[in-house]
Structures are given as C-alpha cells and as structure tokens.
Design a protein around this ligand. Structure first.
Ligand code: ATP
Ligand code: MG
Length: 440
C-alpha cells in the first residue's frame, strides 16, 4: 500500500518548543515588563491589511515591498498582504481611529510578521517582532525615550554588552535633499563600478547605496560624502539634543554616518542595535524617526518615531532561561488514589501552587517522572495513605519524607514552600513540619 505523505512545514516557518520556546517567551515577557515601566500602552492590530497600507508607507522601491511581501487576492478579489512589519498598520490605525486626540501616543505591540526571504539562521519567512512607537511627538525626548527603552530591554535580557547602538541622523527635508543631490553626483561619477542593484537605486533611492553589502559598491559608498556637511542648524541641534539625552540617560551609542534607513519619509534619528554574534543577521533592533509617514498616507501631518526588533534574533543571544519551577507533583498509586488525587491537584492549583500529576506507568515510573520534572515536593498517596487519611510528602531535594494530614493540604504545602523561600535552612528537614502539620 502506498504510504501516506505526511504534511510538511512551509519553508521559512518555525515550530518553536522546549528550550527555544522558553527563550522566545522570555524575550516577550521581558518586553512586556519593560514597556510597562516606560508607560507604553499595548495595542493589537490585524495580521493582514489592504496591500496599499504597506505599498504606500514602506515604499515601492524597498526590498520589503518589491520582493518580500506575501500578497494575495481574497475571495472578493481585494489585494491583501500579511504584515511584513508593524509601523504601517499602526499608522493606518492611528489615522482611521482618530487617535490624534490621544497624542502623543506611546505604543507597544508584538506578534508574527511575514517576509518572503531566503531562509537561513536568524532569517525566516514567518518571524516575530516586538515593536515600540511614539506617535504625535516631534521632540527629541521621544527619540531618547525609545532608545532608552531598547537599551533597558537589552540590559534586562543580559545582552547589552554584546550589542552596540549605532546612531545617525538623516537631517530634515532640506538637509536630506542637499545630501541626496551630493550623493547622486558622487555615484554618477562611479556609474561604471556600481553593482546592478545600486545602479537601479541611483534614480529612485540613492541613499540605499550607502548600506549596500555588495563588495563592488563598498569603496564607492565608503568614499561618499557624509551628511554632516549638509546639516541645517535645526537638524544639527535636533541630533545634539538626542545625543545629549542619551548621555544623560546613560545609554551608550556610537556614530555611524553611513547608516541609512531606506524609506523616503525617514527624518532625523536613524539607528540599529547590532551584534557580531549572529553573522550576517547581526541587526537585532532597528528604527528611526518617520515624521512624513502619516501625512503621506493622507492623515494629518504627524511626527513619529519607532523601532522593531526580531524576537528570534534576541532569543538566540540570551542565556537559557530557567525552566518553569514546579512546586509539587502528586503521585497516586492505585485507582482509588487516582480519583482522590484529582481533588488534591485542583486544591493545590487553586491555592497558587504550581502542580503536576504523575499518572502514567508503575509507581517507579511515576516517581521518576516526579524527579525529572524538577519539582520541590512529591505528594504520594496509595491505599495505606487513603485508609489513614494522610499523604506522604517527600522533599525531592533532600529525600526526606513525612506524613501530612490530607485536610491540611494545600495549607501545609503552601507553608512548606513559603518557608522554603524565606529560610532554606529551616526546610532541610521535614521532621518539625511533620510534627506541626500532623496534629495529634
Ligand atoms: P535585515 O537587514 O536583517 O534584512 P531589515 O532591515 O530587513 O533586517 P527591519 O525591517 O528593520 O529589518 O526589521 C526589524 C528587525 O526584524 C531586524 O532588525 C531583525 O531583528 C528582524 N528581522 C527582519 N527580517 C527578519 C527575518 N526574515 N527573520 C527574522 N528576523 C528578521
Ligand atoms: Mg530585510
């Protein structure tokens, strides 16, 4: 008989479990905690949008829009796209929902995003981003706050020393036009040596040539005029306020005057947090100021600044987080005990004691499972214990055990765990507790 073909995972997608999932969850939990500390409010937005939302805000000339979008027609023939990032959808929501009345809005979100790319380590077709934005604030203080948030996140993940903040300014519109003209002139002079990709960018998006990775472009990009000679006083002052704020907040940064974000609406601050621990996938978090975006989508002229980070890339950098600490494992022996055990497990969980039950295999296997889970206490009950209306509580770290009256659960276990935390030495033996918890 022909074997049934098993279904395959789609290329570039991931099944995340075990240690990998714990790393992933730790990144998200830490982000949630830190964004609260900074008073950023959480929002949720759709996974897919009208294709125009991304095409118009990210820009037709970018790699994301020209090659990487997952776009399809839905059943009514409308073109929709799985979000390749968050900012465009957030801008669409801000305009459509009249969120101007809440400006400045400090926003955080996270979830899956989709890009049709060549999969490799740290690069997937469905990956996950955490995202932070401040919309409706033109002040450099907003840039500083966002960068401090990113910096604190990396510190709390324990990877601040592995990651460097590279900072640049793209100036205001006047600065950018003057710089752009100088760049075009410089690149025109070297047309013959540029890569095909860069030649194509020359008309539409010459700034992008600066961060080309093609070795043919590098010498020409490296010798291109920097932005500093073109900065207006206002743009220079803005950048000075951002860097002064970062210094005051204790956020380390280095200047990278080649760093550009490709989109036309980017203004002033542009930044990337980079590491050398992930090979070619070294950018873990990136963003900048996008004062032109909401206006270009037809909304009221509204300043904005934000960043996004890849959850998988951050998760690859952090130390392995601790496994979930299990407080107790209930080990019933025999069918009468098994049904009674359900009541004990339920009572413990309602009392906030993290509890699992070992209910498969013989007694030996059940105890082995209790040990393997790394639980602090095993709560064992068989026919003898049922008859005496007790359970055996065994400390899995010391091996000592004592009987506990069943009606003293969960209070007795709760006390044990509580004392365990307060003074570990008091709990090395269960004997005194057994005296206390088994009233004569
Ligand atoms: P790259 O240069 O690596 O392609 P990017 O400039 O396209 O990155 P952004 O659009 O700035 O990336 O997205 C923000 C972050 O999302 C990146 O810094 C990275 O951590 C993560 N990221 C981007 N693309 C992928 C991907 N295909 N798989 C996993 N993470 C990604
Ligand atoms: Mg990319």
């Amino acid at each position: 008989m022909a074997r049934i073909q098993t279904p395959q995972r789609i290329r570039g997608t991931q099944d995340i479990a075990f240690e990998e999932q714990r790393r992933f969850a730790h990144v998200l939990d830490t982000f949630e905690r830190v964004r609260r500390l900074y008073c950023f409010q959480r929002i949720e937005i759709p996974v897919f949008e009208d294709t125009q939302v991304f095409a118009r805000s990210i820009g037709e000339t970018t790699d994301v829009v020209s090659k990487e979008m997952y776009s399809f027609e839905d059943r009514s023939g409308d073109s929709v796209t799985l979000r390749p990032e968050f900012t465009a959808g957030i801008a669409r929501a801000y305009i459509g929902n009249g969120w101007q009345q809440h400006a400045p809005m400090k926003i955080a979100t996270s979830g899956p995003v989709f890009r049709y790319e060549r999969p490799q380590k740290g690069r997937y077709r469905q990956f996950h981003q955490i995202d932070a934005e401040v919309i409706g604030a033109a002040e450099p203080a907003a840039d500083v706050e966002l960068l401090a948030l990113a910096d604190q996140l990396l510190r709390e993940l324990g990877i601040a020393d592995d990651v460097t903040l590279q900072l640049n300014t793209l100036g205001d519109a006047e600065t950018r036009d003057a710089w752009r003209a100088a760049l075009v002139e410089h690149f025109q002079g070297a047309r013959g040596e540029l890569s095909e990709d860069s030649l194509a960018r020359l008309d539409k998006n010459p700034l992008r040539i600066l961060d080309s990775k093609d070795p043919r472009d590098r010498p020409i990009a490296d010798s291109a005029p920097g932005i500093d000679d073109f900065l207006t006083d206002a743009a220079r002052d803005f950048f000075g306020q951002v860097t002064a704020g970062l210094d005051a907040a204790g956020v380390a940064w280095t200047r990278n005057d080649r760093l550009v974000r490709g989109l036309d609406y980017y203004r002033h601050t542009a930044f990337e947090f980079v590491t050398d621990r992930l090979g070619a996938q070294g950018t873990v978090l990136a963003g900048g100021r996008y004062d032109g975006l909401i206006g270009s989508l037809g909304g009221p002229e509204t300043p904005g600044v934000g960043w996004a980070a890849g959850v998988e890339r951050l998760a690859m950098l952090i130390d392995e987080p601790n496994n979930l600490a299990i407080d107790a494992v209930v080990v019933p022996i025999g069918s009468a005990a098994e049904s009674q055990a359900q009541g004990i497990v339920a009572a413990l969980r309602r009392a906030d004691v993290t509890t699992d039950m070992a209910f498969t295999g013989n007694m030996k296997r059940r105890l082995a499972k209790a040990n393997a889970l790394g639980a602090k206490y095993a709560i064992i009950l068989g026919d003898d214990e049922l008859a005496k209306d007790v359970v055996v509580v065994k400390s899995l770290s010391t091996g000592q055990q004592a009987e506990m009256r069943r009606n003293w659960i969960p209070q007795g276990i709760f006390d044990l765990l509580f004392e365990d935390e307060l003074a570990e030495h008091q709990c090395q033996t269960l004997a005194p507790l057994a005296e206390r918890l088994t009233p004569a």
